[in-house]
Design a protein around this ligand. Sequence first.
Ligand code: PAN
Ligand code: ZN
Length: 191
Amino acid sequence: MNLLNSHDLLRFFDPVAGTIAGVAPTQRHLGDLHGCFADTATYERMLAAGNPLVYGVSAVEPARADGDLHYALAFILPGRVGAEYFMTKGHVHSWREAAEVYLGLSGEGAMLLEDETTRESRMLPLRPNHAVYVPGKIAHRTMNTGSVPLTYLGIYPAQAGHDYTSVANRNFRCVVIERHGQPAMVERTLL
Ligand code: PAN
Ligand code: ZN
């Protein structure tokens, strides 16, 4: 196999739908987000009433040699569990040093970043014309803070990998809620 044939050189994506032609998105429903929302009573109530789709991720992950890049286009539907916006599961990269760049494409959202060691947290806006840099060793989660689908592109080292377990075990220290019509980051234990 020659170098050019071994890579996915060109793909076509829909920035509003958050999908890539020829790539079936991995779908995450509310039931896949156990433990993510602080308001567990509202979460269980919503889950009992149905299991809505929350987000989808279309990843292009062809080669995995040193220096290769992977990317994923994602959409998060608008919605809330109580005051908490629909969000991704969140992860830290298995190869902890792996950083990532997020580009907002459509809609309005936010990213929650948390330092694994110090647990220092930041909330950053993610929307069109915004690029968010996620350094290595930083757990990251994305939420839709608007009323239409949020779409974004994430580009990361092919060796990054996704560690969901350590985030699920310890959870993010903070949650992002709607307060006075605006996203606000608050301590999970204070909700
Ligand atoms: C993104 C995420 C995407 C979905 O492509 O995979 O936002 O979030 P979860 O993976 O936490 O479900 C990324 O950060 N890749 O590394
Ligand atoms: Zn990532």
